[in-house]
Design a protein around this ligand. Structure first.
Ligand code: SF4
Length: 326
């Protein structure tokens, strides 16, 4: 608003400044990346722009704990093309260990084998930065740590002051209700379930879409992803190799990285390709329009498409809008 004036903001868009700055958060991101074994290349380190990283990123205090994942043919093609037209491509930092790694909690992660399985599923190689690979093995060593599976928290219980949590009530796998006392309760059940738990626990003021008052349940936003298929004539994309987050991206049109004067909108999108490893059956819908649908000719077209068809994506800013809520 400071840069373009009020008229640039579409009517009904819900905006609010963050209560914390990036610089305040940076040490926590840094610690998280080291625990998660993130693989990437810094683009801005201690105030200096670093070749090969994302020049638009916020200033970092240290490099990523592991080097970026290996680039594949698809990410090479994208990066070469982007550079030719003056853009600044970079390998997207990935929550996948590019090397064998021991994180600050003493947990070992295996080097990614580029099997591509993790786009939709877990990693059997302990390379993907999910809690079961990087955090839970360390917690399991503690005598006072217990994981209860097949249980569901119903609500956080509050002290008489209504401001402090005293624990949670939950159902176990036999549908028996229990109360677990706690000094600290963390709601980390993703956006929808967090809102549900806050409402059931009577924490905060529920959002009322008619009067537009209250906070809990207000301003939902998610990813805005759009994309297009790309059909090469004669490539070898070797899509049996890949990793769920193995991507090359440009941020030249993301966020406020470009001048929006007179454009009538704010925000933007990162544009990327993902060498994610094509699933043999899942990729069968990636044939060019007009391809045969059956028989020998379909098999020929499908074999060609496996090496030649891929996708380009835009992952855009998502603003909450009042019209969608009321
Ligand atoms: S590609 Fe994914 S599933 Fe395969 S080893 Fe790497 S992180 Fe694990």
């Amino acid at each position: 608003m400071k840069r373009y004036g009020k008229q640039q903001i579409a009517k009904g868009v819900i905006l609010q400044d963050w209560g914390v700055t990036y610089d305040e958060l940076e040490p926590f991101y840094d610690r998280f990346e080291k625990i998660a074994g993130v693989s990437g290349k810094a683009g801005k380190l201690n105030g200096e722009v670093i070749e090969g990283g994302n020049p638009y990123e916020g200033n970092r205090s240290s490099e990523y704990p592991l080097p970026a994942l290996e680039s594949m043919r698809l990410t090479d093609i994208f990066a070469e093309g982007a550079k030719k037209i003056g853009l600044k491509p970079f390998m997207v930092p990935a929550g996948q260990a590019s090397r064998a790694y021991v994180n600050p909690l003493g947990v070992r992660m295996g080097p990614c084998t580029y099997c591509g399985y993790c786009l939709y599923y877990g990693c059997g190689n302990f390379s993907k930065s999910s809690p079961n690979a990087c955090v839970i093995p360390a917690l399991m060593q503690r005598s006072n740590f217990t994981v209860l599976t097949e249980s569901a928290v119903l609500r956080a219980n509050l002290a008489e002051d209504g401001k402090t949590a005293t624990g949670v009530s939950y159902l176990d796998r036999n549908k028996q209700e229990w109360e677990q006392p706690a000094d600290i309760v963390i709601l980390s059940a993703f956006q929808m379930q967090n809102v549900r738990l806050l409402l059931l626990s009577k924490i905060g003021v529920p959002y009322n879409p008619v009067t537009k008052t209250g906070v809990v349940g207000r301003a939902y936003s998610f990813q805005t992803v759009s994309g297009a298929a790309i059909h090469f004539k004669d490539e070898n994309l070797n899509q049996y190799i890949g990793a769920g987050a193995l991507s090359s991206q440009v941020d030249d049109w993301n966020g406020d990285n470009f001048d929006h004067t007179g454009l009538g909108f704010i925000g933007g999108a990162g544009i990327l390709v993902v060498a994610r490893g094509a699933r043999p059956i899942g990729n069968a819908d990636a044939l060019p329009p007009g391809s045969p649908r059956w028989g020998k000719e379909w098999k020929k077209a499908y074999t060609h498409a496996f090496q030649n068809t891929t996708f380009i994506f835009g992952q855009g800013t998502s603003f909450s809008h009042r019209r969608l809520l009321s």
